[in-house]
Design a protein. Sequence first.
Length: 320
Amino acid sequence: MSYVHGIHHVTAICGDPQENLDFYTEALGLRLVKRSINQDAPDTYHLFYADAEGHPGTDLTFFPWPQMPRGRKGIGLAVEVGFAVPEGSLAFWAERLREARTEVNDGPERRFGENALRFRDPHGLELSLTEAPGMPEFVPWRQSPVPERHQIRGFHAVRLWERNLADTARFLGEALGYEPASEEGGWHRFAADGGGSGRWIEVRELPEERHGSWGTGAVHHVAFRVSDEEEQLGVRERVLAAGSRPTPVIDRFWFHSVYFKEPGGVLFEIATEGPGFSVDEDPAHLGERLILPPWFEPQRQQIEAALPPLRLGQAVAGRK
């Protein structure tokens, strides 16, 4: 039985925020659904990209820290963020990414019976696109520069490197309810809610590999979905019983969060599905201006002065 319902969001570290915004809205065609701040470091943006309505399970977010060195890939980190795209879309995406001067691996590869294309974003984050059946909660973004029939549908899988597979597998099961699904080429796939896009975690055991480190191009944390605060508190108790040390519930305004590390060191989060991104912004105009949680509003002038200006790309500006 799953205690979480798959991936809620993934947060990564990027470099220049304008380059990040241009790539994810113009090249990948995702919608900027919230432009806010890192609530633990309010002199830094927190940028959220998702489907048209910002559904949980479609949301890749970034902390821009251009002064940081490049992250180091290694154990104890998520090493790849995978998105789902419609079947038959990879030829379109391979051409589009090359036109955007993106570092793309040669040709699709087969993963667990599915076609996948690997590439990196401008700051080194490892990404993949996998052809998979549609996701019921995905809502296309009409202003996207990517045709609807090829748009990214949301997450497919997140990949982790670990020194000890058994410890992480035990924790995924006891704390989050993930179950072993299959194994291929050294990758072990775990499923929440029976599996499918957005509900896979894939783990590779590399006992001799060095530890990874945060930096630009690295994943900061992986968040898992729960329906509400009651479910969240139940999972928090399971995380505690499984040997981790979860934080108290933290109000992020658009969702509530609990953070903890799994045995290998990857930072995880449990996030509620609501209230959602439209609680404080017109759904037709998500992402067009800086939105602050209410408790930061008294500091707006100082916060805005510390943040670099962002220029909305043609796809975003065109909906005004």
